[in-house]
Design a protein around this ligand. Structure first.
Ligand SMILES: [Zn+2]
Length: 198
């Protein structure tokens, strides 16, 4: 059984949003077109409390893009984004949500950030996505969404590490590129871990 994982296709990651990924809106029609081809469609949703520790606003004197230590883990600081129960956290309005069977929320603990749909960044807690997929006899996942160099990368790497046959749909991904070349590096790393970029 093959599942499609839509990563963080949320208002705040689209142009005009709090943490806009350049051309992020272009992945929405790709998702809508591909969904009917899968047995199962799952979406991840970044979903933070208002005082989440990944927000630069929570660290006086720090600014967006800086990397700090939070509980022993490197944390890149972001603008406030995807605050729970706000319009920015909602899945993109143009996304065909009726085609999505299950939504996995991540980053819900204020102390812990989570790029991957499977685990938080320190792998301290699982989101339940692996169990959900195993219960449905999913053996392969195709991953797409936002952003290539963060949450798509982390989700695909974890899927491959969990022995799902993992592919990334390049046409359906866009990246942040805090540093130019980050997307290419992310794709190279995915290839190196046995993930097919299609
Ligand atoms: Zn986040």
């Amino acid at each position: 059984m093959q599942a499609l994982i839509l990563v963080d296709i949320q208002n705040d990651f689209l142009p005009g949003g709090a943490l806009a990924v350049p051309h992020g809106d272009e992945v929405v029609p790709v998702a809508n077109r591909l969904m009917p081809q899968y047995d199962l469609v799952v979406a991840t949703q970044d979903w933070h409390p208002a005082d989440h520790q990944s927000f630069a606003s929570q660290h006086p004197g720090r600014s967006v893009g800086e990397v700090i230590d939070v509980d022993g883990l490197e944390q890149t600081l972001w603008p406030d984004h995807c605050v729970e129960n706000t319009p920015g956290a909602e899945l993109a309005a143009e996304l065909n949500v009726r085609g999505i069977q299950h939504v996995v929320r991540k980053g819900t603990d204020r102390r812990i950030d989570s790029y991957s749909g499977f685990f938080d960044n320190g792998r301290r807690k699982a989101t339940g996505l692996e169990a959900y997929l195993r219960q449905r006899a999913v053996t392969g996942v195709d991953v797409m969404g936002l952003a290539t160099d963060y949450c798509v990368k982390a989700t695909a790497l974890d899927a491959a590490a969990l022995a799902f046959n993992t592919r990334v749909i390049a046409e359906g991904c866009r990246g942040v590129e805090l540093v130019p070349g980050d997307c290419e590096k992310a794709l190279d790393l995915m290839w190196a871990r046995g993930i097919m970029v299609i």
